[in-house]
Design a protein around this ligand. Structure first.
Ligand code: PLP
Length: 468
C-alpha cells in the first residue's frame, strides 16, 4: 500500500467505523452464528499475492460482522460492558500509527510520562489517595496477579522469586462471590487453590468481616502464613460491595497485604455520592479498576495502584545488559511494574477520553446509567411476577421471574426468557445464580444506552415471560 493509497483507504475505514457505530442497532446484539460458520467463510490458506484493500473491507462487512457480538450496541446488557467512545477509537488509531513499544522510559518518554499523569488524573477523579503510584495493566486479571505475586514476595521476604517455594504455607482470603481471576492468580502464583480461603457472604452478598478474622486466626494457629486479602467492590454477579473499611482494619491488625478489586465499580467513584464505598481505601495496599469497562476507553486498560512502589518493583524488576540506561532510577521504567516487557501506549486513549468528555461529561453519563438501572429496579419491584434478588448498588439490576410456587419452574422460565431475548438479537442479557436460583442480570452501562433501550428491554422481558 502506498502512502496515497493508505490515505484513501484510511478515509474509507473511518467512514466505515462511523457508519458502523451510527447504524449499530440494525445488527443483532448477540451474534447468531453456529460454531464453525465463520471459519467456513475464511480461506484455508494465506494468499500468495496481495489482495485489493476494498476486498478486505468488504469481507469485514460480509464475513466478520455476522460473527461479532456487538458490545457497543446500546442494548448490550450482558456481563459488564466493555465500552468505547469516538475519542478512544481515534486515540487507538494514533497509538497504532505511532506503533511504539513502551517498555521503558527511553523507548518513548511521552508514553511513560503521560501514563504517570493519567494515573494521577484518575486518582484525583475517583477520590483515591494522592500518594499512591499508578500504572496501566492490560486487564484486571493481570492486575490481580501482579498484586498476589507482590504479596507472595512480601510475605516470603522475596524468597520465592529467588529460590522457589520451600515450605511456606501461604493463605489468601476473598469472599465466596469474588471474580474467578482471583482463583486464576492463586493457581499461577504457585500458592495453590486449596490455600484460597473463600469467606462466606451476608444477605447483601458481601464478605462478613468477623468470619474473615476467624479464618485468619484459625490459619495462624495451624501454622499458615496469611499472605493477602482480596476485597471486591462491585462483584461480578451482583455488584455487591465488601465492607472495605472493616476489612482494611483486619488487614492492618494482622499485617496482611490487602488488594481491592473494583474492576467495574471503580468508575462510579467519579461521583462523590458513591465514595462511601471506598471509605478506608488509604489503608489498602493495591487497588484496580477498569476504564475499559465503564469509562468509555476501549479494551484494554486497567488502572492499577500500589502504595509500596518498591515492593512492586522488587518483585518484577529485571536488568539484562540491553535494558541498562542512563535514566534508570530517575524515571518510571514500567517494564518493572508488571509482567510483560513489551507495553502498548494505552495512556493516549485515556487522555483523549478524559479531555473530550471532561470530568463533568463522564459524571453525567455514569449518573444517567445509574438512573436507568434505578428505573428498571422500580419496574421490577412494582411488577407482581418479578422480584429483585440482590441490592442494586450501581448500574446492574439482578432480578427474576417468580410467579410460580415451584422455584424450579421459575428457574426454567427465567432461563427461557434469557434464551428468547438473546435469540431475538434485539438485546443481550446474561444470568447468574443467587441462593442457587437462576436469575437475570441487566447492566445499564453501555456508552450510548438511553431510556428507550431499557423500556424496550423491559417490555420484551415481560412479553417473553407471558409467552413461555
Ligand atoms: N474483577 C471483577 C470484579 C470483574 O467483574 C471482572 C470482569 O468482569 C474482572 C475482575 C476481570 O476483568 P478483566 O477482563 O479486565 O481481567
Amino acid at each position: 500500500m502506498t502512502p496515497e493509497e493508505f490515505r484513501t483507504n484510511g478515509h474509507k475505514v473511518i467512514d466505515w467505523v462511523a457508519d458502523y457505530l451510527e447504524n449499530i442497532e440494525q445488527y443483532p446484539v448477540k451474534s447468531q452464528v453456529k460454531p464453525g460458520d465463520i471459519s467456513a467463510t475464511i480461506a484455508d490458506h494465506p494468499p500468495e499475492i496481495g489482495e485489493p484493500f476494498e476486498e478486505l473491507l468488504l469481507d469485514v462487512q460480509q464475513k466478520i460482522l455476522p460473527g461479532i457480538t456487538h458490545w457497543q450496541h446500546p442494548n448490550f446488557h450482558a456481563y459488564f460492558n466493555a465500552n468505547n467512545s469516538h475519542a478512544s477509537i481515534l486515540a487507538e488509531l494514533i497509538t497504532a500509527a505511532i506503533g511504539a513499544q513502551c517498555m521503558i522510559w527511553e523507548t518513548s518518554p511521552a508514553a511513560a510520562e503521560l501514563e504517570e499523569k493519567m494515573m494521577n488524573w484518575l486518582k484525583e477523579l475517583t477520590g483515591l489517595p494522592a500518594d499512591w503510584h499508578g500504572v496501566i495493566q492490560d486487564t484486571a486479571s493481570t492486575g490481580t496477579l501482579v498484586s498476589i505475586l507482590t504479596a507472595r514476595e512480601k510475605a516470603t521476604h522475596f524468597n520465592v522469586n529467588n529460590h522457589g517455594f520451600s515450605n511456606e504455607k501461604l493463605r489468601v482470603y476473598c469472599s465466596a462471590q469474588t471474580h474467578s481471576s482471583i482463583d486464576k492468580a492463586i493457581k499461577i502464583s504457585g500458592i495453590g487453590l486449596t490455600n484460597l480461603v473463600k469467606i462466606p457472604v451476608d444477605q447483601q452478598l458481601a464478605m462478613v468481616p468477623h468470619l474473615l478474622e476467624k479464618a485468619i486466626q484459625d490459619d495462624l494457629s495451624s501454622g499458615f502464613i496469611p499472605c493477602c486479602i482480596v476485597t471486591t467492590l462491585g462483584t461480578t454477579s451482583t455488584t455487591a460491595m465488601d465492607p472495605l473499611d472493616e476489612i482494611s482494619d483486619i488487614a492492618l491488625k494482622y499485617g496482611i497485604w490487602h488488594h481491592v478489586d473494583a474492576a467495574y465499580a471503580g468508575t462510579a467513584f467519579i461521583l462523590p455520592e458513591y465514595r462511601h464505598f471506598i471509605k478506608g481505601i488509604e489503608k489498602a495496599d493495591t487497588y484496580l479498576f477498569n476504564p475499559h469497562k465503564w469509562m468509555f476507553t476501549n479494551f484494554d486498560c486497567t488502572a492499577y495502584y500500589v502504595k509500596d512502589k518498591e515492593a512492586l518493583i522488587q518483585t518484577f524488576e529485571i536488568l539484562p545488559e540491553y535494558l541498562k540506561t542512563g535514566t534508570r532510577g530517575k524515571v518510571n521504567d514500567y517494564r518493572d511494574w508488571g509482567i510483560q516487557l513489551g507495553r502498548r501506549f494505552r495512556a493516549l486513549k485515556l487522555w483523549f477520553v478524559i479531555r473530550e468528555y471532561g470530568a463533568s461529561g463522564i459524571r453525567t453519563s455514569i449518573k444517567e446509567h445509574i438512573e436507568l438501572a434505578k428505573w428498571l429496579e422500580y419496574k421490577v419491584i412494582e411488577h407482581p411476577d418479578f422480584e429483585m434478588v440482590a441490592d442494586r448498588t450501581l448500574s446492574l439490576v439482578v432480578f427474576r421471574y417468580c410467579k410460580e410456587i415451584d422455584d424450579t419452574k421459575n428457574d426454567a422460565i427465567n432461563e427461557a426468557i434469557l434464551a428468547k431475548i438473546n435469540k431475538s438479537g434485539k438485546a443481550y442479557i446474561t444470568h447468574t445464580k443467587v441462593n442457587n436460583r437462576y436469575v437475570l442480570r441487566v447492566v445499564t452501562g453501555q456508552t450510548n444506552v438511553k431510556i428507550q433501550h431499557i423500556e424496550k428491554l423491559w417490555a420484551m422481558i415481560q412479553e417473553s415471560s407471558k409467552s413461555i
